[in-house]
Each structure stands twice: as C-alpha cells, then as structure tokens.
Design a protein around this ligand. Structure first.
Ligand code: G3I
Length: 337
C-alpha cells in the first residue's frame, strides 16, 4: 500500500514532477522545448508553463551557434530572448544549450578555414558572448547550467574529428570552458554527451578528460548525461556509473532523457517504458551529486525521435494528445523508490 500511495495520489491530484524532484532534494525536473511549441499550442503551453511540473527549461534549438552567431561576430538573440522571457515568466531556471557542438553550425564555421589561434578566438568569442548574454538576461542566472561543449568524444573513446578538433586538437575544449567562466562566474559549466549512461570506452575517455581538465585548472563543474535510451535496453549499473563521475569531483545531470521504442506501441512496451523511466530516475535519485533531470521534450507530439530513427518513437512521458503515459508515473515512482 505504501508503495502505491504516490501513484494513487498522482492520479487524484495533479502532481508536479518538479515538485516531486525537489522533495527529493534535486534542484529541478525540466524539459527541452522549442519556441514554436509554447507559442502556438495552448494545450502544450498549459503543461509546460507550470513550474510545479517543470522547474527548468532547455532550448532545444534557439541558443545553438547557427541561431545565435550566423555571421562572424554578429550575434542575434531574438529566439533566445523569447525562450528566456518565457522561462522567466514561469519562474523556471535555464540550461544553456550549447556553446560548441559539431552540428547546427553556421557555414562560416563549418566550412571555414582557420588557423589554431583563429578557431580558439572564435570559440572564446562565441562562448563568452553566450554566457554574458545569459547572465544578463536570466532571472535565476546563478542557478543556471550551460552545456559548454557537446558530444566531443566518439563511442570508441577517441575525440570527435570536427572543425574544432582538426584545427586545435583538444585546446578548444579548455578555451571554451575558460571563456564561459570568465563571462559568468556562477553558471555550472558542463560537458554533455550521449551513450555515457553505462560504463564503456566513452565513459573512460570522459573520466580521463575530467582529470586532465581539472589538473590544468580548467573550470568544468559537471557532466551532462543525455540519456537518449531504448525501451528494454537500459545499461546496467547506471547508479554506479553516475557515481564514477561524481567521485571525480563533478556533478552530473540527466540532460536529454527519453526512452524510445519500435512502433507501434503496445501495452507491454508502455509498461516496460514505465519501468525504464523508473530505473533511470531512481538512479539519479540515489546519487547525491546527480542534481536534476531534463526530458528532451515531454510529449511525443514534438519528439525528435521519429524524424531521426525510422519506425521508432513514443519516447516521452506524455503522448501525442498531451495525455500522461504510464512513463509519467514511472518517473514519480523513480523519485519515491
Ligand atoms: O529551422 C528549420 C526550419 O526553418 C525548416 O522549415 C525545418 C524543415 O525541416 O527545419 C528546421 O530546422 C530543424 C531544427 O531542428 C529546428 O526544428 C532541423 O531540420 C532539424 O535537424 C533540427 O533538429 C534538432 C537536432 O538537435 C539537430 O541535430 C532537434 O530539433 C533537436 O531536438 C536536436 O537536439 C539534439 C541536442 O541538441 C543534442 N543531443 C541530441 C539531441 C537530439 O538530436
């Protein structure tokens, strides 16, 4: 009965995921979003604007390099402003996403020819300006986090070869973190990546990167574990894996959680998905240094999954019609486990 109580309560009253996360000493439960979604869709707006449900927002696209610095040194924050103002109005903290990533780059970066010092200067200007922007504009800037570098390591543990690495080796990583810290002394600065939910060569490479950066005095505060997962295929030892990071003196957060399935969905798949959400949330809940969880949009209506993985989807805790799925209650169970 005791175990059933939270679920029964959640069914009767509208329980907020952020409220539950906070009861369990997490800083937030949040979601990614796009401006078009909360501006054009009233049913969506009514769920996302409630800070008892979502205490933190991540811009899925509007702060990325192609959107914020489309030409060298020309910064445009119209979309970011709309997003930041929305979060401010709702009393929600922000995750900045992201400073440096190999995707969604403007052509001048992607196809540009740079010397080492030119690419480092471009990275410093971009990260510095983004962090300066967010410290000036975000209501709760001191609680905010930033994905300073995104997806810099391959699954086999080697560094990703992109315009930044090919021009500067790993120097751009330190340069990005230092510029971010110089611009905003308070934001928590993260490296963010996928496929690091369980042990393996990629996790080992991140351990080594953290040790090296810390030895060099580079200001890294956290590792964002994206957690784009597959129903029935969770890595084992998620809890121990989170602890392996926190032991190195960084915090962790689940930054892009979703758990996709092969369509069509069935009651069995939805039940397994509920269990999987519970497992992941309870792992974060069990680790003191796991500070919060963000889902990569909360409804299947706007999930990135079907557009990327043909035949897969239904990865989110709310369905296409903005109705809560069993996964929603799996999240509550995970916090209460
Ligand atoms: O803005 C254009 C629009 O003008 C055009 O009409 C439309 C036609 O397709 O495309 C729009 O751009 C799309 C953009 O999202 C904004 O909706 C791009 O095609 C599409 O590729 C882009 O996808 C984003 C993806 O990153 C790019 O890789 C997803 O929305 C976004 O959720 C996703 O987020 C990433 C994280 O940043 C990093 N981790 C993985 C995660 C999922 O891929």
């Amino acid at each position: 009965m005791m175990k059933l109580l939270p679920v029964l309560l959640a069914l009767v009253v509208s329980v907020g995921l952020n409220a539950v996360a906070k009861q369990h000493r997490k800083l937030y439960f949040g979601t990614a979003t796009n401006n078009e979604e909360f501006t054009n869709d009233t049913a969506y707006l009514n769920v996302i604007k409630d800070s008892r449900m979502f205490g933190q927002l991540t811009a899925a696209n509007s702060m990325k390099w192609e959107n914020t610095e489309p030409s060298p040194g020309q910064f445009t924050f119209a979309d970011a402003d709309q997003f930041v103002r929305f979060a401010q109005r709702n009393g929600q903290i922000l995750r900045g996403h992201n400073c440096v990533w190999h995707q969604q780059l403007p052509d001048w970066v992607l196809d540009g020819t740079f010397t080492e010092s030119e690419i480092l200067a471009a990275v410093e200007r971009h990260c510095g300006t983004l962090l300066e922007y967010s410290i000036n504009d975000a209501l709760n800037a001191s609680e905010d986090s930033w994905d300073v570098v995104n997806e810099v390591i391959n699954d086999d543990g080697t560094f990703r070869q992109d315009v930044f690495f090919n021009t500067s080796g790993t120097k751009y990583i330190a340069a990005a973190f230092r510029a971010a810290r110089a611009a905003d002394p308070h934001a928590k600065l993260y490296a963010n990546d996928f496929n690091i939910e369980g042990p393996g060569p990629k996790v080992t490479a991140y351990h080594n990167l953290i040790k090296t950066l810390k030895k060099e005095g580079v200001p890294i505060d956290g590792i964002g574990i994206q957690a784009h997962l597959i129903v029935g295929q969770l890595p084992s030892n998620i809890t121990e894996n989170l602890e392996s990071f926190t032991k190195l003196g960084v915090e962790v957060a689940l930054t892009e959680l979703d758990i996709r399935m092969t369509l069509p969905s069935t009651p069995q798949l939805l039940a397994q998905q509920k269990k999987d959400y519970e497992t992941v949330i309870s792992a974060c809940n069990a680790v003191k240094g796991c500070v919060g969880v963000t889902v990569w949009d909360f409804t299947d209506k706007y999930s990135w999954v079907p557009g990327t993985f043909t035949g897969e989807g239904d990865a989110c805790p709310w369905d296409d019609n903005l109705q809560k799925k069993p996964a929603f209650f799996g999240i509550i169970d995970g916090f209460n486990a």
